[in-house]
Design a protein around this ligand. Structure first.
Ligand code: CP3
Length: 340
């Protein structure tokens, strides 16, 4: 299927584009009333993730309603630990919760490296349906969590401000930590490859809790596993977004991926120097700018775009869009990028 709008793919490959492409992390769900309507007819978030037709429907909503240059498949990074053997619940207003967590080598040994076509087939089906329904309008982004971020949920059992239980494991049980990280990595490689086989045009790795590690820990327990994933995926462009990993930008420039995502703390000009000219950069407007007036959103978006000017760039926020942002503010941001 030929893509009518392939701006993001071309930008990710480092090619020049007529204008800067734009999409938003967490654009599916969260801010759209149309998403909440679909979700209200089901038992909750998990049923939506596991019902391929409905997941495809909410994946396409931002393309129709916000006119972004890419869709991102509606799912969650936590489907991976679940497929490995730890089921989670998504608790309303509170977030994810795992009944069983990883504490010992025995726990790690009990985890499986699942065949994605067996244990994660609902997302693969959703990708196939989405590709068919998009009919080439825009590319589809597949994704997974980075091994360290998945590890932190599997050890901690829920969200946390500090993830101190997960970090404690890195310091006190490094061998166990590596065994778990390797198993997550093996699973993630199979899962991302399957997403590409089923039609995903770009793959993004979310390392949401990168910023809580020390630079040493990041080099030991996070980057080598991300590198394995990048090395294993050859047919589609890969984006690595490591939130808070400002200290690792130079190393990230050496990854075998096409695009590096920047959060809003990372200055684009400084990041370009550290990462080099061979990568496409993605980001990085502070999501909170979208709480301000339209004229301020336009002004801040232009300031951001100016800093990325001249080399391949995919416009985005510096992290996911917040649930209480008005869709019109998102539209204002998107239009500001498109008319730059
Ligand atoms: O980008 C998209 O719109 C595609 C779908 C997507 C979701 N989660 C749907 C979701 C993606 C890419 C994710 C990634 C994800 N999930 C990350 C990495 C990105 C980031 O934001 O740092 C993380 C850390 C998670 C784990 C997670 N999922 C948490 C902590 C929560 C609860 C808080 C929240 O974000 O709302 C979720 C739930 C979740 N995942 C929702 C959605 C739409 C909200 C659930 C609902 O509808 O009630």
């Amino acid at each position: 299927m030929e893509l009518q709008n392939d701006l993001i793919i071309r930008a990710a490959k480092g090619e020049k584009t007529e204008r800067t492409p734009v999409w938003l992390m967490r654009q599916a769900g969260r801010i759209l009333k149309e998403y909440r309507d679909v979700r209200a007819n089901l038992s909750g978030f998990k049923e939506l993730v596991e019902t391929a037709e409905r997941a495809a429907e909410v994946t396409i909503q931002p393309v129709d309603l916000l006119h972004v240059d890419a869709a991102i498949i509606f799912s969650d990074i936590l489907v991976v630990p679940e497929a490995m053997g730890l089921t989670y619940q998504m608790i309303e207003q509170r977030g994810p919760w795992f009944e069983k967590t990883i504490q010992s080598l025995e726990d790690v040994n009990q985890l499986i490296v699942p065949n994605p076509y067996e244990h994660l087939n609902y997302t693969l089906e959703a990708i196939k349906i989405t590709k068919k329904e998009l009919n080439g309008r825009v590319p589809l982004i597949g994704f997974a969590g980075a091994p360290w971020t998945i590890f932190s949920y599997m050890v901690e059992g829920s969200g946390s401000k500090t993830f101190s239980k997960a970090k404690k494991m890195l310091y006190t049980q490094p061998e166990l930590s590596h065994a778990l990280l390797q198993k997550i990595t093996d699973t993630t490689i199979l899962y991302l490859k399957a997403q590409a086989e089923c039609g995903a045009d770009i793959l993004q790795i979310f390392d949401s809790w990168a910023g809580i590690l020390s630079p040493d820990q990041y080099n030991t327990f996070a980057l080598p596993y991300i590198a394995q994933i990048c090395d294993a995926i050859q047919n589609v462009p890969v984006t690595v977004f490591a939130k808070g990993a400002f200290f690792a930008r130079e190393e990230m420039g050496k990854l075998n991926c096409r695009t590096i995502g920047l959060d809003w703390n990372m200055d684009p000009i400084e990041s370009r120097k550290l990462i080099g000219n061979n990568k496409t950069l993605q980001g990085n407007l502070d999501p909170c700018v979208l709480y301000s007036s339209f004229s301020e959103i336009e002004k801040q978006t232009k300031i951001m775009l100016d800093k990325f000017k001249g080399l391949p760039h995919i416009a985005n926020l510096g992290h996911g869009v917040y649930p209480d942002i008005h869709p019109d503010a998102v539209r204002c941001f998107i239009n500001a990028v498109k008319s730059y």
